[in-house]
Design a protein around this ligand. Structure first.
Ligand code: DMJ
Length: 679
């Protein structure tokens, strides 16, 4: 039991309880001192210890307290917006920064007056400012492909810091990032200031404002694509002729394989667009300059879909055997890739030495890469009557068909070239590293005349796998998207690459697959459109994140590192299929908007178009000085076909497009499902 006599506690009665009137400070100090002296040594030590302890605690908790006072973390900030919204108050949209008079430092005065009283409510003390972001202009303005200050200023905005580091004397040292599928991202070097994007050239960009207001005839749009192609070609011809890629701002070229990638990728586009002069000069280069006898490592997948695919389709369109001969040459030089313990091909081949190898850091290959070369090699066998190409790629298809480790038909991202097994890393995705596996299941089935039932089974199962595991709807607008499954958890992000899927689903439905594939295609097409329409430049980011919380936030969010746009084709590809199968003119309108925005934000006056680093900043889209070959091979081709009224121009009942938009013929009917000439 407790004994009041015991003195193992500390009394802090430092004053007389009844006397509240201190006469003066001195008296109080004397009284305190006297009391202190009356305490035992133990009591004094304990008090000192307690005070020291409180002091240390105070020091330690100071930073986190001040952090809370300065600004709430993102999540609570969002909740505050929502809470205000729920109470019928108008929240400040994240990113809203009203115009300030010059010299005024942003602060509470930033906030619109109608919101001000609510901000001062005691329930939300010290409300932090919205995250600083440039206010989008009310009207989309011209791009920063214009002369304004030092060109290098373009490159240090938002997510761009990682791309560029400047050296001390103000120059720039480019840091190269390697992204997926030929998107070797390099910061521009030695760029030269451009005159205005609209300036004297009198191009599509000049006409677009009025075009925004008036309905545009289909014929004008077709012509606008031709004009865009010519403009891109002008830059390529002037600064990168015969090289892989144009660097339009620095007016030079980039080399990847040294095979004239842009030129070969663009051959059939020129033919389809009816650009005869341009085609003739490109053909001359193929005839006189193109040689595959080079000591150079090429990526099997990229050179198959771009070079082999481009040459084969140009052969079909023109009937000119020059292109078939070149196709045979590159096709046979790529074959060493299949000499692996598992027959799953290596990623890289030296086309001069005839040797192949995996990347330096792994013996894995990417699943999409080894399963998206089949259309081209099968066609090469059909044309050459040499079965080796078809046999090699179909062995891969059969192997992957049987392989364990799929999830409801969905494949992992990597496969080992030694064991032939899937590697358990990465996510289940319809985006990078897996995308065209699904595309080629359907397209091979179509190419072979719908005979190869295993391909169809795998495709149907995979689409069900997508529905079961990856499909979600955003809040608040219920946009349907395909997320990624990583360690059993859904990551609500979608690569722009996934926007091939609406077109592929629609193609399947057109060929008798379930009607709900078309319904899904319609929904996903809307989402891909929104990935453009909701951005300040009207151009999609490379990756979008979607909102699953029921908090009335934004449906689509973009991380700073994902704000780039590489002039990719997938959305316009799907728009083309959707228009062909539905005749709904809104798909043409969406494609037209995209073309106009490419003209506004990516067109370089001296010729060419450039990838950009920031689709959220119309004043500074941060040009990256690179025109990917697929812009000419795919993006402009699909736009042209979208706007063309001639449905027989590359009829979808006669051709399948490879994953680089090179049309290959659907084989005439046979009984076996093998290439007819080989059966
Ligand atoms: C192209 O090389 C092909 O479309 C490929 O299948 C995916 N990536 C690019 C375009 O984005």
């Amino acid at each position: 039991m407790y004994s009041p006599q015991r003195k193992d506690f500390v009394s802090l009665m430092l004053g007389d309880q009844h006397s509240h009137n201190y006469t003066n400070g001195k008296h109080r100090r004397q009284s305190c001192w006297r009391k202190w002296k009356q305490l035992s040594r133990l009591q004094r030590s304990l008090i000192l210890f307690l005070l020291a302890f409180l002091f240390i605690c105070g020091i330690l908790s100071y930073p986190s307290l001040t952090e809370q006072w300065r600004g709430l973390p993102d999540r609570s900030l969002k909740e505050d917006w929502v809470e205000m919204d729920n109470q019928g108050l108008r929240p400040i949209p994240p990113g809203f920064v009203p115009k300030l008079p010059p010299g005024v430092v942003p602060g509470v005065q930033d906030i619109p007056p109608e919101v001000m009283p609510e901000i001062q409510r005691p329930s939300i003390p010290l409300l932090p400012k919205p995250p600083a972001m440039r206010k989008p202009p009310s009207k989309r303005g011209p791009p920063a492909l214009q002369k304004r200050g030092n060109v290098s200023d373009w490159q240090v905005k938002d997510g761009e810091e990682a791309m560029i580091k400047r050296d001390e004397d103000g120059g720039k040292e480019a840091k190269t990032l390697i992204s997926w599928r030929g998107a070797m991202i390099e910061a521009e070097q030695g760029t030269e200031l451009q005159s205005t994007a609209h300036g004297k050239e009198g191009t599509v960009a000049d006409a677009e404002d009025s075009a925004n207001l008036k309905p545009v005839k289909a014929v004008d749009r077709v012509e606008a694509v031709r004009e865009a192609f010519r403009h891109a070609w002008k830059g390529y011809k002037a600064f990168a002729w015969g090289h892989d890629e144009l660097k339009p701002i620095s007016k030079t070229h980039g080399e990847w394989f040294g095979l004239g990638l842009t030129l070969i990728d663009a051959l059939d586009t020129m033919w389809i667009l009816g650009l005869k002069d341009e085609f003739a000069e490109a053909k001359k280069w193929v005839e006189t300059e193109l040689s595959f006898s080079k000591n150079v490592d090429v990526n099997l997948f990229e050179s198959t879909i771009r070079v082999l695919g481009g040459l084969l389709s140009t052969y079909h369109l023109t009937g000119d055997t020059l292109f078939l001969d070149k196709a045979k040459d590159i096709g046979s030089r790529l074959m060493p890739a299949f000499k692996t313990p598992s027959k799953i091909p290596y990623s890289d081949v030296n086309i001069g030495k005839g040797t192949a190898h995996p990347p330096r850091w792994t013996t894995d290959s990417t699943v999409a890469e080894v399963t998206s070369i089949q259309l081209e090699f099968r066609e090469l066998s059909r044309l050459t009557k040499d079965p080796q190409y078809q046999n090699a790629v179909e062995e891969v298809t059969r192997h992957v068909h049987r392989l364990e480790g799929k999830r409801d038909g969905l494949v992992p991202m990597f496969i080992n070239t030694n064991s032939g097994k899937f590697t358990r890393r990465g996510a289940f995705t319809l985006g990078a590293r897996a995308d065209s596996y699904y595309e080629y299941l359907l397209k091979q089935w179509l190419q072979g005349g719908k005979k190869e039932t295993e391909l169809l089974e795998d495709y149907l199962q995979a689409i069900e796998g997508v529905r079961k595991n990856l499909l979600r709807q955003t809040s608040p607008s219920k946009l349907t998207f395909v997320g990624e499954l990583s360690n059993g958890r859904l990551n609500p992000k979608m690569d722009h690459l996934v926007c091939f899927l609406p077109g592929t689903l629609a193609l399947g439905a057109h060929n008798g697959l379930p009607a709900d594939h078309m319904e899904l295609a319609l929904q996903l097409m809307e989402t891909c459109h929104q990935m453009y329409a909701q951005m300040e430049t009207g151009l999609s980011p490379e990756i979008a994140h979607f909102n699953l919380q029921s908090n009335n936030g934004r449906d689509i969010d973009v991380k700073p590192a994902d704000r780039h746009n590489l002039l990719r084709p997938e959305t316009v590809e799907s728009l083309f299929y959707m228009y062909r199968f539905t005749n709904d003119s809104k798909y043409r309108d969406w494609g037209w908007d995209i073309l106009q925005n490419f003209n506004k934000y990516t067109r370089v006056p001296s010729g060419g178009y450039t990838s950009i680093g920031n689709i959220r900043d119309p004043l500074n889209p941060a040009p990256r000085d690179k025109m990917e070959s697929f812009f000419l091979g795919e993006t402009l081709k699909y736009l042209f076909l979208l706007f063309s009224d001639d449905n027989e121009l590359i009829s979808l009942d006669k051709y399948v497009f490879n994953t680089e938009a090179h049309p290959l013929p659907i084989w005439p009917s046979t009984s076996s499902g093998r290439s007819p000439e080989l059966s």
